[in-house]
Ligand binder design. Structure first.
Ligand code: TXE
Length: 475
């Protein structure tokens, strides 16, 4: 049984108190590793290492920092197969998906920020003959990065890459459900030439070591991705010390389909936006809103495509969906389908656990629910979508905006004016028109309302991980 370790001050270390938690493989339901359940003593070591490393890393020439991050991206590419296998075994997602998306995106995240930092500039204002003002953007110092289980290395790297590029030292905690790729990243960062103590990776439960990272006075900024309930706790803790905090939380994203859309494309992409990664992506379009004139046709075509979805062993190339991340999460998803039936919903497809070892659930489609019922209001975060119809644009926008979330929205229409009009009326931080999950890393990423605060991505993330200072010099 593999016992993974923390990565502190450039070396792998056992947890000081010797406490471990079991890591269960979703695809089999069996324990496949032991994960450190780190404590304050482990954090103290990471803090000392970060403090020691900060002067060197923050003052390192930007192009040298950039080269180290480019090298790390190369090493991720070179180790793609091993990383993808660990990602798939850890999370339950199909191996082909980890190979095609998760690991390449982790490499792309480091490469993007390795480039962005050498092109990053700040501002100066000159009042001729009177004064010069310039904004100095220095690293914040030591930052805490806490990431979730759904896209483990993808989102772990999405946080730590800009933080490192900006010259900060990082104390990072991956989800205790999916620690393996972050564990492997430690060695790769050392092989890339990153000085000891710049990146420290602590494993363990959120309520203990996660909370301790947020509470520690040395972490000056916290970047968190996870559930809205946890984000509320993290935000409240960080604000006590006036820390910078970025919260990328849950979503209950509308997928709005107008009668004038390219229906073939809308159906094909809606299957992906409903069930990719077992529906465990905060950007999934879990509420499908269809203009009533095409509702029956869309429903028939969508259900026909759902029939083709193979749910199975994540290691099998034929599996379109793998396993849900844990037994708890499987029970949560199943409880929402039971709730949907109680709320009057009709299950059109799926709606059942799959009787085999591991945590498998059928892709599930439910219609006939009111927009305000819990099933349409709460984030399920699994392979469950609801179908609703609308009469006109106003009703579509009203339903879309009827939840406390505001992360993303997809709009299917051939009417350009309508695309802009509806986009501007929907309360979501990210809008896709006639596409889904198309990403340009320069764009600000994040949500409104209960989907969080702050924006990741592009220069927004570099600014988040920097401390602006205005210097005014009288001429
Ligand atoms: O997230 P948690 P979970 C949603 C989704 C899911 C729900 C719960 O609905 O069902 O959140 O998922 C750490 N201080 N999303 O339980 O609890 C924890 O160890 C500091 C959407 O995985 O939010 C983990 O590393 N850290 C989301 C991370 O926070 C704490 C993706 C996320 O855990 C902590 C994931 C604390 N007090 C879940 N408590 C998205 N937006 O993509 C926990 N953690």
């Amino acid at each position: 049984m593999q016992k993974i370790q923390n990565f502190v001050n450039g070396e792998y270390r056992d947890p000081i108190k010797g406490d471990y938690i079991e890591n269960i493989e979703p695809g089999t339901g069996k324990v496949f590793a032991q994960v450190p359940n780190s404590t304050q003593e482990d954090l103290d070591l990471a803090v000392e290492a970060s403090k020691e490393a900060f002067p060197v890393w923050s003052r390192m020439a930007v192009d040298k920092r950039s080269r180290i991050l480019h090298k790390l991206a190369d090493l991720i590419d070179y180790n793609l197969d091993d990383l993808a296998l660990m990602e798939s075994r850890d999370n339950g997602k199909p191996l082909w998906l980890a190979k095609a998306v998760d690991i390449p995106r982790a490499s792309a995240n480091f490469r993007f920020y390795a480039s962005a930092i050498v092109n990053f500039s700040s501002e100066a204002q000159v009042s001729e003959g009177f004064m010069v003002n310039y904004t100095r953007r220095s690293p914040v110092g030591i930052v805490g990065c806490i990431s979730p289980w759904n896209l483990p290395l993808y989102l772990f790297s999405w946080k730590i890459a800009p933080a490192l590029a900006m010259g900060n030292c990082v104390i990072a905690k991956p989800s205790e459900l999916t620690p393996m790729t972050a564990f492997l990243l430690g060695k790769l960062s050392k092989d890339a030439g990153m000085p000891n103590g710049v990146l420290n990776i602590l494993h363990g439960e959120g309520k203990s070591i996660g909370q301790a990272i947020v509470e520690h006075e040395v972490t000056k900024a916290i970047s968190f991705t996870g559930g809205t309930a946890t984000g509320r706790i993290v935000g409240a803790t960080a604000s006590q010390q006036f820390k910078k905090v970025s919260l990328e939380l849950g979503g209950k994203n509308p997928n709005i389909i107008f009668a004038d859309c390219d229906l073939d494309e809308a159906v094909k992409t809606s299957v992906k936006s409903s069930f990719t990664n077992q529906g465990e992506i905060c950007l999934c379009g879990s509420r499908i809103l269809v203009e009533d004139s095409i509702y029956d046709e869309f429903k028939a075509r969508f259900l026909k495509e759902c029939e083709k979805i193979v749910v199975g062993d994540p290691m099998n190339a034929k599996s379109i969906m793998g396993a849900l991340v844990s037994e708890d999460h499987l029970n949560k998803v199943d409880s929402y389908v039971l709730l949907a039936k109680e709320e009057g919903g009709k299950v059109l497809h799926g709606g059942n656990r799959i009787a085999r070892e591991g945590f498998y659930y059928e892709p599930t489609v439910i219609e006939g629910l009111d927009k305000n019922c819990r099933t349409n209001q709460e984030e399920i975060f699994g392979p469950v979508v609801t179908l609703n119809k609308f009469k006109n644009e106003e009703e579509a926008i009203d339903i879309a905006n009827s939840t406390r979330y505001g992360l993303s929205c997809t709009i299917w229409t051939s009417d350009l004016k309508r695309a802009h009009r509806v986009s501007h009326a929907v309360q979501s931080g990210i809008i896709w028109v006639n596409c889904w999950l198309v990403r340009d890393l320069r764009t600000p990423f994040g949500g409104m309302k209960d989907s969080g605060i702050g924006r990741e991505g592009g220069n927004e993330a570099l600014r988040f991980f920097s401390e602006p200072q205005n210097v005014c010099i009288k001429l």
